[in-house]
Design a protein around this ligand. Structure first.
Ligand code: ZN
Length: 271
C-alpha cells in the first residue's frame, strides 16, 4: 500500500520532489533521461542483491511540503556546498562540522530512497526518521562511511533491511537493522543503523583502503581526490555488513527475515 504520510513527520500534504537534489543534475549537466533500473542478482547467494541506477530526475511522493521546503532543503543546500568541490575532483580539508552535515544528509537521503522504492514503502524505522527531523539526530547505533569510485554522472543506489532478534516468537514489525549505499557521481556513501547491540556498527571495519568513517566521532579529514574503489568493490562494500550478519547467523537466529530492495515480501535467511 502506498505511503500517504510524510515519512519524517507523519503529516499530510505530500509533495512530489526529486529524490536527489537538482543541484547534482545541474552540476553534472544531465538533461537526457537515464536508464530506469538495473537489477543484479548474485547467483548462489542466500540473499538476492538488487542494485539500481536511478535517473537523477526521478521524483517520489514521500515527504510533506513543510519538511521538504524546511529542514530538508537547508540540509540539502549545506551538503551541496560541501560536495560540489569534491564532485569536481578537488582535494581539500573537511572539518568535523562538514562531516557531521554529510552524515545527516546521507541518512536523510537513505530514508527517502528506501521510501521511494517501488512497492515497499518506507521500511526503515519510523522512530529513526522522526528523530532526524525533530532533533537532527542519528540513531544511537549508526555509522556513515564515505569513499569514491569511477562513477561519472551516474546515481547508483542500493539498500537492505533485516529483522533481527525476534522476541519470544513475536517478530518485530519491520527491519531493525538496515543500510543503504548510494553514489552521486564518484562520491559514494554508506549508512548503517541497528537497534541491536550484537550488531553495533563498531563491530564492522573495512579492510579496503580509501574508505573513511565520517560518523560517529568524525575527525577532520584531508580529502584526496582519487578513485578508491572499483565498481565491483563498491557492490561488495554495499552489502558487506548484511553478508557478515548472514554468515554469522547461528541456528538460533535463523528466523531472521531478510528483506531488501524492491522486494516487498521478506526472503528467508540462511537456515
Ligand atoms: Zn513532513
Amino acid at each position: 500500500m502506498a505511503q500517504r504520510r510524510c515519512i519524517f513527520c507523519g503529516g499530510g500534504r505530500l509533495t512530489r520532489e526529486h529524490i536527489f537534489g537538482e543541484w547534482f543534475r545541474r552540476l553534472v549537466g544531465i538533461e537526457e533521461p537515464r536508464p530506469g533500473s538495473v537489477t543484479h542478482h548474485v547467483p548462489g547467494s542466500a540473499v538476492e542483491h538488487d542494485f539500481e541506477a536511478i535517473p537523477s530526475a526521478r521524483t517520489a511522493r514521500v515527504v510533506c511540503q513543510e519538511c521538504n521546503n524546511g529542514w530538508m532543503s537547508r540540509l540539502e543546500q549545506e551538503a551541496s556546498i560541501i560536495l560540489t568541490p569534491l564532485l569536481q575532483g578537488q582535494s581539500g580539508t573537511l572539518s568535523e562540522a562538514d562531516l557531521e552535515t554529510l552524515a545527516l544528509w546521507a541518512f536523510k537521503t537513505a530514508y527517502v530512497l528506501d521510501a521511494a522504492s517501488p512497492g515497499s514503502g518506507a521500511s526503515f524505522p519510523a522512530a529513526h526518521r522522526y528523530a532526524l527531523r525533530e532533533g537532527g539526530e542519528l540513531p544511537a547505533r549508526s555509522g556513515v562511511w564515505m569513499t569514491t569510485w569511477p562513477g561519472t554522472t551516474t546515481i547508483w543506489t542500493s539498500h537492505w533491511g533485516l529483522t533481527l532478534g525476534a522476541d519470544e516468537g513475536r517478530e518485530a514489525d519491520g527491519p531493525n537493522t538496515y543500510g543503504a549505499t548510494f553514489a552521486l557521481g564518484p562520491m559514494a556513501f554508506r549508512v548503517y543503523a541497528t537497534t541491536m547491540a550484537a550488531v553495533d556498527p563498531r563491530y564492522f571495519s573495512d579492510t579496503i583502503p580509501g574508505i573513511v568513517r565520517i560518523h560517529p566521532d568524525p575527525s577532520p579529514l584531508a580529502w584526496q581526490a582519487k578513485f578508491w574503489l572499483t565498481a565491483e568493490q563498491l557492490e561488495e562494500w554495499a552489502f558487506a555488513i548484511p553478508r557478515l550478519i548472514e554468515q554469522n547467523a547461528t541456528n538460533g537466529d535463523a528466523d531472521a527475515a531478510f528483506w531488501r530492495g524492491e522486494d516487498s515480501a521478506p526472503i528467508r535467511g540462511p537456515q
